[in-house]
Design a protein around this ligand. Structure first.
Ligand SMILES: [Zn+2]
Ligand SMILES: [Zn+2]
Length: 329
């Protein structure tokens, strides 16, 4: 099988991923081989490929990135009963978890310290085929195409987890800072809670996307007045966006961070809460797929050939991707 392989990190425009022949995959016990049909291009892939997270991530080189994958099961390892050859399934960033720690036993498996991350500690989906743990693949509803389903496995579950943590109720106001691959899904899911959604983004293209998806209004940064919303959800990768979020929430309000950023000074007299959010559990992943299959959530995608992954990453870096680039082998 062939794959886009990272041997050495470097700027996306210098094409650090190479289209190479890679070893045929043999599933271990509890594993499956998946023939990849579509893989989303995540901003975190860009960070890893460019070396922003060295030396911790990736766990090894060469590695195959990609963690929002849809494909067909082609082979089963020993003991696999949950899925069958020919099933169309998805794989998300959590490749596996330990299954028996306090987090795993209480539905917070996304926090498991033994978690394996697809495309970072295990080879991922920028490939014609990949290995997955059968306990962490999800059936893809027939109503969804390969390309539209792929981003549900990272932006979809990421957006879902962040909106849950915002604890919205009907009639409340929420600001969404950053309208990209994740933000465009956050807007839709926040609307499903009955809250009024205000999108904050510099880009005129993204402002139009936000309003198309049901945001009440969109704003440029700095344009929303102080203390106007109950919660703010931040997917814009900047410390300025975090202080913006703290400024626009009311006293007692919540800021949900979906990106790792610096949180500046906080006035404790306002009793504001800042909470981080990462993905979600397997139950929540199934809920995301149900929402999409019912037509209540859609992903906006732009397909690229798998062998042009470097171009997709370069376009993402340059802000030329409207919502989500998806690689198709
Ligand atoms: Zn991702
Ligand atoms: Zn665990």
């Amino acid at each position: 099988m062939k794959a886009m392989v990272l041997r050495k990190a470097g700027p996306a425009e210098e094409a650090p991923l190479q289209w190479e022949e890679s070893a045929e995959l043999v599933p271990g016990p509890g594993e499956v081989v998946i023939r990849v049909l579509a893989t989303g291009v995540c901003r975190s892939n860009l960070h890893m490929v460019e070396g922003d997270w060295l030396p911790a991530t990736p766990a090894f080189l060469p590695i195959i990135p990609g963690h929002e994958v849809v494909g067909l099961v082609t082979a089963l390892g020993d003991g696999v009963r949950r899925v069958a050859v020919g099933d169309r399934v998805g794989v998300q960033p959590i490749w596996s978890t330990c299954g028996h720690c306090a987090y795993c036993l209480t539905g917070k498996e996304n926090l498991c310290r033994q978690r394996q991350i697809t495309g970072e500690t295990r080879d991922g989906g920028y490939a014609e085929s990949m290995l997955a743990d059968a306990a962490y693949v999800y059936p893809v509803p027939d109503a969804l195409s390969d390309v539209e389903a792929a981003p549900l496995f990272c932006p979809g579950i990421t957006a879902y987890g962040s909106v849950k943590k915002a604890r919205l109720s009907p009639g409340q106001k929420v600001a969404v800072l950053g309208v990209g691959g994740v933000g465009h899904m956050v807007i839709q899911m926040a609307r499903l809670t009955g809250a009024d959604v205000y999108a904050v983004t510099r880009s005129a293209v993204h402002q139009a996307v936000a309003e198309e998806l049901g945001a009440v209004r969109s704003y440029s940064p700095d344009a929303l007045p102080d203390a106007t919303v109950d919660a703010a959800i931040v997917f814009a990768p900047s410390a300025a966006a975090v202080s913006e979020a703290l400024r626009i929430i009311r006293p007692g309000g919540r800021v949900v961070l979906g990106v790792g950023e610096t949180v500046g000074p906080m006035d404790i007299g306002d009793e504001k809460t800042v909470v981080g959010s990462v993905l979600g559990n397997r139950r929540e992943m199934l809920e995301v797929l149900d929402l999409a299959a019912a037509g209540r959530l859609r992903s906006l995608t732009e397909p690229y050939p798998l062998a042009e992954a470097n171009t997709a990453l370069t376009d993402l870096k340059a802000g030329r991707v409207r919502a989500r680039a998806v690689l198709v082998p």
